[in-house]
Design a protein around this ligand. Sequence first.
Ligand code: HAM
Length: 437
Amino acid sequence: MASFQTLPGFREFYPDAMARRSHVFRLWRQTATAFGFSEYDAPVLEPLDLYRAKSGPEIEAQLFSFTDKGGREVALRPEMTPTVCRLVGEKASALKRPIKWFSIAEFYRYERMQKGRGRCFFQFNADIFGEPGIEAETELIALLAQCLCSFGLTADDFFIRLSDRNLWFYFLEALGFDEARSRSLLTAVDRYEKLGDDAFKDDAAEFGPLDPERRAQILAFLAIRSLPALEAAVASLGSPRIATRLGEWRRLLGNLDAMGLSRFVEVDLGVVRGLAYYTGFVFEAFDRKGELRALAGGGRYDDLVGKLGYAELPAVGFAIGDMTFSLLLERRGLMPALVQAPDVYVVIGGEEERRMAFGDIHALRAAGYRVEYPLREMAFGKQFKAAAETGARLALIYGTDERAKGVVKFRDLGERSEREVSAAHVLDEVRSFFTTA
Ligand code: HAM
């Protein structure tokens, strides 16, 4: 085995894999454009400080970071959110509203490798800036659902879990917890699905044991899976802030229902999101069978632009990762075969014929047809075999006899029929073949 292996968790895209990747990106791009989002991009390498204390301890521990030759502490981007906040923050006053942006880019996290998780991966990010109300959440959750539906996935394949960090804070406040303890308890809630009771260990170590009654109330809140259950759970708390917030929940769910998206969205207070900057509604998409890790995640982060030193600007967004998403498409049989067959294969006799064919080959390619020919001289039989193997629809034959007659032979490789056309009109004849075929 050669000694230059790919680094663990890094990916190579051979042409087949690249065709699948391009297919996924093409449909994401098309969907985002249909929703009126504009595409942007940004550097892969960023100042380390952009992520310190902004993304949260989990991402900070996973950074690929180093000191560059100029002595700067830098990191490969683990996510887009702090970067896009900088881009928007820099020019906020000049940007046309609403600011609806998307990108498709590669990210790096030094993670433990497992199915659907690597150390480099692509994300489709979509974010809206400057909209404080649930209209932004409506737009983004609709885009997330459509980004998955565009590939033929249905409500039987995936769903979006919707939760709310504001509601959690108001709830914990109503139970008598201060902000520091509430933050610690939310970290426990975030880990509860994975760790069970152990999730509360760190909180207890820092703040002392949790009162059993309070703990039961928190676990009951975490288990809420519908709006009526949520309404019932908070009714007795008598908090006006919670009552107002429930109004926003009803409007958001009403909007999604009007768009025909209710079947994708589930109320689920068990989601709070690990990233440090989320402030309001948060959501994550999962496969229905629960076989894969998260497909996508996002939420509102109204403070991050301000925390980076710019004028405050409300924001909501999400990212879909390409790895779990492609796995889901493959498991549901929705990843197309994507054979890249040429339109035309050119079969060539000798040197003289090659010169004659080259003019047509170039003219056909310039006209947008995908054309292949044998780079080296090859027996006729082999060329016909190659033509069939490529899956081309049409073979053009430039033989000695044809040259003598001033014609080119057209062989329809589907119907297996042949005819001769004037050598002077090859481009027009190819055009009419593909428009009438
Ligand atoms: P995230 O939940 O960290 O959110 O990542 C979003 C998605 O990226 C995940 O659901 C997963 O599909 C994919 N992903 C994350 N880490 C890996 C990995 N190591 N390997 C493969 N896929 C991975 C964010 O990144 C937020 N910045 C999203 C956001 C945008 N929030 C607001 N705007």
